[in-house]
Design a protein around this ligand. Structure first.
Ligand SMILES: *Cc1c(COP(=O)(O)O)cnc(C)c1O
Ligand code: SF4
Length: 344
């Protein structure tokens, strides 16, 4: 699969690819950043007006409507940012955001009002201040590098940052969150993988993937190279109306991830970012999907259904619950008494 066209960024690009009307894209692009890699554009089925890949990346006028519940800082990062590029909400782990650009711009992005051009990346002094913050906080066991997409850094800059983190004794885990293996797998080069391999800390990579069809042959090859390099892989998926809101779609995705050595980690309830209401699936429906998955696929294929509580209160699993008031439900919906605690 060789694709050598450039990333779609303008209305003209999207129109030339037959994916959208130029005027629509340009209107949305005035407010939110737009980009789709040629690989993902190629994966769209032009005969399907509801194609799950197109829905995720092709701008839509519904983004221009902000629902009453939506907010500009949906998960309350701002209040927990002690220095630029750090979000420190939990004692033992923090986010490091060295840059705010991505290979593609997901139309439902939770940081959509902040992500954008390369000029928003931390400069040398800012990165060094962020690293100083981590050095000074010995309770930080895990550094989660996100963005933007940290694999947009050049292998040289990425290696320097990884080495700096590896030199901090209390940092035992460095976890990167990325859409690159799916959106632009050609960036996963030997140099990139070498940059991720450090001496002491353990490096994990969480791959953002929402539909089985995102796992193209080059994406699978990139995942394989990462896993061969000894990097454990996690999957993170956002529950999205029209993209993956069917049990069979989630089943196919989680099976494909596990078959490619990616452990489904979180199924995210969509954050309340502006202009994303058309993607929102109610929590009750999400729970019903999770219940259905319990019977369909093995435990290895099950992610945790998670909500990032608006206002900066952190992430919590939101069900479904199987045991309540002495009654436990089995995977087929049968109810059984289970109250040994009451007899103690
Ligand atoms: C999501 C997040 C983390 C990581 O949370 P996990 O549940 O460990 O994946 C850490 N810090 C912040 C601020 C976060 O938003
Ligand atoms: S890759 Fe992540 S940060 Fe970038 S646009 Fe998509 S959801 Fe947002």
């Amino acid at each position: 699969m060789k694709i050598d066209r450039r990333t779609l960024r303008s209305g003209e690009d999207f129109a030339a690819a037959g994916l959208a009307e130029a005027a629509v894209v340009d209107q949305v692009a005035e407010r939110y950043t737009v980009a789709m890699t040629p690989l993902l554009a190629k994966l769209v089925d032009p005969a399907d007006p509801r194609d799950p890949i197109a829905l995720q990346f092709v701008p839509d006028l519904r983004e221009m409507e902000t629902a009453a519940i939506e907010r500009s800082d949906p998960i309350g990062d701002h209040a927990f940012s002690p220095v630029k590029g750090i979000v420190h909400r939990y004692p033992d782990r923090l986010l490091l955001t060295p840059l705010l650009h991505c290979p593609v711009y997901c139309r439902f992005c939770f940081r959509r009002e902040r992500v954008g051009g390369p000029e928003k990346a931390l400069d040398e002094a800012e990165l060094s201040a962020a690293l100083d913050y981590i050095r000074a906080h010995e309770e930080v066991w895990e550094v989660v590098i996100t963005g933007g997409d940290p694999l947009m850094l050049s292998p040289l800059r990425l290696a320097a940052m990884m080495q700096a983190l590896d030199a901090i004794p209390h940092v035992r885990i460095v976890r990167l969150h990325s859409r690159i293996p799916v959106a632009d797998p050609d960036r996963v080069t030997e140099e990139m993988i070498a940059a991720l391999q450090v001496e002491r800390a353990t490096v994990w990579l969480a791959v953002h993937c929402n539909h089985e069809r995102e796992l193209s042959p080059p994406a699978i090859a990139a995942l394989r190279a990462l896993s061969r390099a000894g990097i454990p892989l996690l999957g993170q998926t956002v529950l999205l109306r029209g993209v993956n809101d069917k049990a069979e779609t989630l089943e196919a995705l989680f099976r494909a991830l596990v078959a490619n050595r990616v452990k489904p980690y979180y199924l995210h309830q969509l954050d309340l970012a502006a202009g994303t209401d058309h993607f929102r699936v109610p929590v009750e429906e999400g729970r019903a999907l999770m219940r259905e998955l319990r019977g369909r696929v093995s435990g290895v294929c099950q992610p945790t259904y998670i909500l990032d509580i608006p206002g900066g209160h952190g992430k919590v699993p939101i069900g479904p619950a199987y045991l309540e008031d002495g009654i436990v439900m089995d995977w087929q919906g049968g109810a059984h008494d289970y109250a040994p605690d009451a007899q103690r």
